[in-house]
Design a protein around this ligand. Structure first.
Ligand code: PMP
Ligand code: GLN
Length: 393
């Protein structure tokens, strides 16, 4: 987490958001919506504050939110989850990831992730003192895809956790049932635990279907499933997340969570419990995001980028190479000046070339010219961004 000169690195998202603020560029870097979630959910949080939900809630989360998570998993995926022993409410998916990795992995253990990976995955593996091993996702016309042989090569006797993220940030890949089965088989063969980050579970497009790893045969007993209200309901600042899994693993994660935050935001929990009971808001958000995805992807292509069309999340990865930009970091630094838009280099989601060769070859070199844009912005903002990007030609 330290730079070679001893300074502490800030996250790439904070850095790019600062760049947008400094330059007045349109921020398509950090993924957060510019329109809040439903009014009825806000009203529920306000009511909860007025009705006295202002002191520490139970450490595992309020019973109504734990029940709502269990009901949601049954209704949407047919999963059988005990709200009393198998669910833990957390301060966003970020805390769920941190507490899970710190509880279950340590020095000498290997944690396998996809590459590119969400930045906090790598940071938490480092905080736990575990070794980070990666499996590259390869750009294809059909999305960024896994090579089953590389999954099998990465998962071995020292693997403690296999951390999957689907739908995947930054590539927008929705892993198929077959791909997830390869991961599940590899984990089971070495008795590893699977941790899945499913915060974009409802944001899938076209004919893509989100498959929770825990729904694969025999996997519920060895999988920690993580999700969050931030992306599903457009309340990223509320930081309401949760995880579920077998009781003994959830208990281990709870022991860490109690010393990270003890409990999580009291009045937001009943509001999100109410939100989780209704599938309409996420469905409407996904439908509107599909349109916004098309708008941005078409705009990026007319500006000269090559794009891999995402089937999930609210991100698209674009290749700057056809425009003569071989280095995505350089492109993101210059983009505010050239076009008044901010993006994030995909290399920020990869291990630096040359680090820890034992962890396998990094995907950073293959993806060096790629940058990530978010499309969770109003259509007029995206239209403006697309018009500005036209200046790159
Ligand atoms: N995982 C992924 C893949 C993410 O993109 C994000 C950002 N929303 C998180 C976890 C963190 O989620 P939260 O804001 O609920 O902590
Ligand atoms: N998850 C969001 C993204 O990928 C931002 C989260 C953050 O700022 N840490 O852009």
């Amino acid at each position: 987490l330290l730079r070679p000169d001893g300074t502490v690195a800030s996250t790439i998202f904070a850095e790019m958001t600062n760049l947008a603020a400094r330059t007045g560029a349109i921020n398509l870097g950090q993924g957060f919506p510019d329109v809040d979630g439903p009014h009825a959910i806000k009203a529920a949080a306000i009511r909860a504050i007025e009705h006295g939900h202002n002191q520490y809630p139970p450490g595992t989360g309020t019973p109504e939110l734990r029940r709502a998570v269990a009901d949601h998993q049954r209704r949407r995926y047919g999963l059988d989850v005990d709200p009393d022993t198998e669910v833990l409410v957390t301060t966003g998916a970020t805390e769920a990831l941190a507490a899970t990795i710190l509880a279950l992995a340590g020095p000498g253990d290997e944690v396998v992730t996809l590459e590119p990976f969400y930045d906090s995955h790598a940071a938490c593996i480092a905080l736990a003192g575990a070794t980070h091993v990666t499996v590259p996702l390869h750009p294809t016309p059909d999305g960024f895809r896994l090579d089953p042989a590389q999954v099998r090569a990465a998962v071995g006797p020292r693997t403690r956790l296999v951390l999957v993220n689907t739908p995947h940030n930054p590539t927008g890949t929705v892993l198929t049932c077959a791909e997830l089965q390869v991961v599940a088989d590899a984990a089971r063969a070495v008795d590893a635990i699977v941790v899945t980050d499913e915060v974009y579970e409802h944001l899938v497009y076209d004919d893509a279907v989100h498959v929770p790893v825990a729904s694969l045969p025999g996997m519920a007993e060895r999988t920690i499933t993580i999700s969050s209200a931030g992306k599903t309901f457009s309340f990223t600042g509320w930081k309401v997340g949760w995880l579920h899994g077998p009781a003994h693993l959830v208990e281990a994660v709870r022991t860490v969570k109690q010393f990270l935050t003890y409990t999580s935001g009291s009045p937001f929990q009943p509001a999100i419990a109410q939100a989780l009971a209704d599938d309409e808001a996420p469905r409407a958000l996904a439908a509107s995001l599909a349109t916004r995805r098309d708008l941005l992807c078409e705009g990026l292509v007319s500006a000269g980028f090559e794009v891999v069309v995402p089937r999930g999340t609210y991100f698209v990865v674009a290749d700057g190479a056809p425009l003569g930009f071989d280095d995505g970091v350089e492109l993101c630094r210059r983009l505010p000046g050239l076009a008044g838009v901010v993006a994030v280099p995909v290399s920020a989601f990869c291990r630096a070339p040359g680090t820890d060769e034992a962890s396998g070859p990094t995907a950073a070199l293959a993806l060096a010219s790629r940058v990530r844009f978010t499309f969770v912005k109003r259509e007029d903002v995206l239209r403006d961004a697309v018009r500005r990007l036209g200046a790159l030609r």
